[in-house]
Design a protein around this ligand. Sequence first.
Ligand code: PFF
Length: 452
Amino acid sequence: MINTPKTTHSEWSSRFAFILAATGSAVGLGNIWKFPYITGQNGGGAFVLVYLGCVLALGIPIMIAEIMLGRRGHLSPVNSMQSLAIEAGADSRWRYLGWLGMIAGFLILAYYSVIAGWSMAYISKAFFGSFFSSDASDIKNLFDDLMQSPIQQIFWHTVFMLITLQVVMRGVKGGLEKAVQLLMPALFFILLILVGYAMTSGAYNEGIKFLFSPDFSKINANAVLTAMGHAFFTLSLGMGSIMVYGSYLPKHISIAKTTFVIAGADTIVALLAGIAIFPLVFANQLEVGSGPGLIFQTLPLAFGKMGGGWLFGVLFFVLLFLAALTSSISLIEPTIAWLEESHQWDRKKACIWAGSGCWLLGIAVVFSFNIWSGHKLFDKNLFELLDYLTANLMLPLGGLAIAWFAGRIMKTRDSAQELEMPESDYKIWQFLIQYVSPAAVFLVFLHVLGVF
Ligand code: PFF
């Protein structure tokens, strides 16, 4: 006999609170650190167009499905999937989809917190003027010093983890909701200031042209697949964060309309981050295709050379920190909700245990940049391995399973009742979720596995 626990969780106090929280989850290091550098590496405008297409055809339908499953299950992802499978007359082992997501969130948070720690270290570096009168090699040394110092990285990783747990410990209304109500407006405000700075001080036209004029000769299969994978990561799909947030969503709120707002806001933030960054990169004749170091090595060089660079440098890394924080609370929430439900732990105990586990794994990630950098598995250090395993394998697999369950296992009557869309819109969603999304995710998956 399988026991599905009854819900004990609270709900968001309004539609707006849910939108802020889900947008907070979506907007993160993916938008400000990853999107600009992969756009830079893949030639700009045409890549942006492909990415927008992926958000529309793949991201939005799967996000609608994930929120719907959460709200109908009304429990943590593990228990929601189990009770929905039972409702649909399917195998209760669908709960392992919840497990996959929970574990992915745990693994992502371990390395996410380390990178968020770098952004905190850079707030202090920017504040104490480390970017000034520096040339490219000084800035590179600054980054290398941080990489080679386990103590510095562990310190910032610990501080970031403690802040995350402080928020999560206070619960859905008193912690998550309060934090996003404060942090998200601050994040948008800082982003707009930085865009204004780029418009007035950077090579604005060149930056805009790079982002928005498509040159399709730069697009190859790899770029298309990178854009698809990124649509997943940036919208926090495939791992239960959005599902658990959906489980706190009151019944009367329209899922589809809300999803468009969240995906729209996430996309706008990514584009604005590009608009804030590329004009500065071009104004200083720096390399757009420099990869993951774009934010930590290229941009500080620009700030060091420009008028007002001190203030805007500090603001930029504060922005990165805020974005990471509102995502990290969503990464651990599926685990906390599950520990509360299935083990009757209180939030504090759940946060202490889950948080300590993530923190310890994060320390191993820190070591992978220095004392353990020689230890490799499949030619990857621990950081690269976790990133690869989660972003490239677990999220697409989770997304594929979510699309499959919502489109093919769950009864049409139930999903139609939960979504309450006009019939023609429902049919479009159903077509996308039954055919287009699984096929697209499957392609990403094959590519990642090196089949083509
Ligand atoms: N969407 C976040 C970002 O773009 O940085 C990352 C993320 C958060 C992925 C939460 C997955 C997740 F569940």
